[in-house]
Ligand binder design. Structure first.
Ligand code: SAM
Length: 440
């Protein structure tokens, strides 16, 4: 397999007219142009929301907001405890599907009707403020599907810098579908991972070895110890003049290569039995299975399908994401105690998982159903998917209100609740019932 090598390894003959010798001109960066694109300065000057506290938790640093996320995010620009302090942002915004979404209990949840430039600008305005809120070593993950992922990738490059793009993650979202349409089944969605800079929190994720995979990859067993191992070269590309370019045991590194270790270290490894010598005298390094942390996670994630059978537990909110997917992201890109933000919080998946993993969190959503679902989730947890089917409405006017007992000592009492929207209607009643009247 031919692979590219770093540009510095190029021998110098610039005989390819499509590859200029000089650095590319930064002004040639790609950007999206459309009507209604506001300047960054205009967006950062968005009037902050007037925010009303519905419930103040004494020690809580965790915050749940009901309202449009743009003015709420703008208000964080003036909060020193948030601006530049958010270690991880995950957002799962509407996908421009031209759909309305209802929960499993058939309550209206949210509208996804913005399309084209309106959609792009809606997301872009939030991204520009989110970048300001991110810590210098912070990361952002934006979950999208094939409708707008390509457009938003260009916007992310504009806002965060193309050099801060880390991964385009493909997630398998559901089981294969039996399409009647003349297309391939659509089982993937996408997560764009960017960081604010080159220095960012990164806890590499590993998958456990399966027996079959380990047996295939580590195919040898050391006679003396019974340890499983694989053989890898002890040289690497590139000529070096130092110790690693010198002969070892009378052998030079192969042409164009250097030893991975200085000869003295290779001697020590050999003495420990960590070098395998082929019958014709070629040395290879032994890499042992029991020293492997697992298989480093790649950018195709197959194991985090959303609700897919009757036995798993969910809130019943439409498009709610698999908590294990959020756990992978939160563990990889934040540490305990860090601040995690999701401003399209829906059923509160990110917030719930962040709390369980010892992170602080901020969640925002402008759907009363989302806020109610999150409160219910915090109070009573998830329900088996089958129960939603069984329960489906014998009494359709019965609202699925959170049965909150905020005096109970659960981990999820530890949050404050805020609103920016006119404070009336069903949510108001729900909150009045559930929170002490003094807090309202
Ligand atoms: C795809 S859902 C998020 C689902 C969530 N990840 C979960 O696991 O439940 C998108 C959410 O964004 C919310 N939303 C859309 N526009 C918003 C806005 N301008 N401000 C705040 N929330 C918004 C919707 O109400 C909806 O709950």
């Amino acid at each position: 397999m031919a692979t590219g090598v770093p540009k510095t390894k190029w021998g110098g003959n610039n005989n390819n007219p499509t590859q200029p010798d000089s650095q590319p001109d930064q002004s040639l960066d790609v950007s999206l142009s459309y009507e209604g694109k506001r300047t960054n300065a205009e967006i950062l000057a968005t009037a902050p929301a007037a925010i009303k506290i519905l419930r103040q938790s004494d020690e809580a640093e965790n915050r749940l907001y009901y309202g449009d996320n743009l003015p709420i995010l703008a208000s964080f620009l003036y909060d020193d405890s948030i601006r530049g302090k958010v270690r991880l942002i995950y957002i799962d915004p509407p996908f421009a599907t031209k759909s309305v979404f209802q929960s499993r209990s058939q309550s209206d949840a949210y509208l996804d009707l913005l399309v084209g430039a309106h959609y792009i600008e809606f997301i872009r305005q939030r991204l520009i403020i989110l970048r300001e809120l991110l810590a210098p070593d912070g990361s952002i993950y934006v979950h999208l599907d094939e409708n707008m992922a390509f457009h938003i990738k260009i916007i992310m490059d504009e806002v965060f810098g193309a050099g801060n793009f880390r991964n385009w993650i493909t997630r398998k979202k559901c089981n294969p579908k039996n399409y009647t349409r003349k297309t391939y089944g659509n089982v993937a969605d996408y997560i764009l991972f960017y960081t604010k800079s080159d220095t960012y929190v990164w806890n590499r994720s590993y998958e456990e070895w399966t027996q079959a995979r380990a047996d295939k990859e580590y195919e040898y067993i050391e006679e003396e110890t019974g340890r499983r191992y694989k053989k890898v070269p002890i040289h690497a590309p590139g000529v070096r003049n130092g110790e690693t370019g010198k002969p070892w045991r009378g052998m030079n590194p192969p042409p164009g290569k250097h030893w991975q270790y200085p000869p003295k270290t290779l001697d020590e490894m050999d003495a420990r039995g960590e070098i395998y010598w082929s019958p014709n005298g070629n040395p290879r390094r032994k890499v042992y299975l029991d020293e492997s942390s697992g298989v480093p996670v790649q950018d195709i994630w197959l194991e985090f399908r959303d609700a897919h059978n009757q036995n798993i537990k969910i809130t019943g909110y439409p498009t709610e994401k698999n908590p294990d997917l959020l756990a992978r992201i939160i563990e990889a890109s934040s540490n305990p105690g860090d601040l995690v933000l999701d401003c399209f919080a829906g059923s509160g998946t990110t917030l719930d998982v962040a709390a369980r993993l010892g992170r602080r969190w901020i969640g925002i959503d402008n759907s009363p159903e989302a806020i109610k679902t999150t409160l219910r989730r915090f109070a009573t947890g998830l329900e088996r998917m089958g129960d939603f089917v069984a329960q489906r409405p014998s009494n359709p006017v019965q609202p699925m209100l959170p049965n909150l007992d905020l005096s109970a000592s659960t981990a999820f009492n530890d949050f404050s609740l805020f609103t920016t929207l006119p404070y009336n209607g069903e949510l108001n009643e729900a909150l009045k019932q559930r929170f002490s009247s003094s807090a309202l």
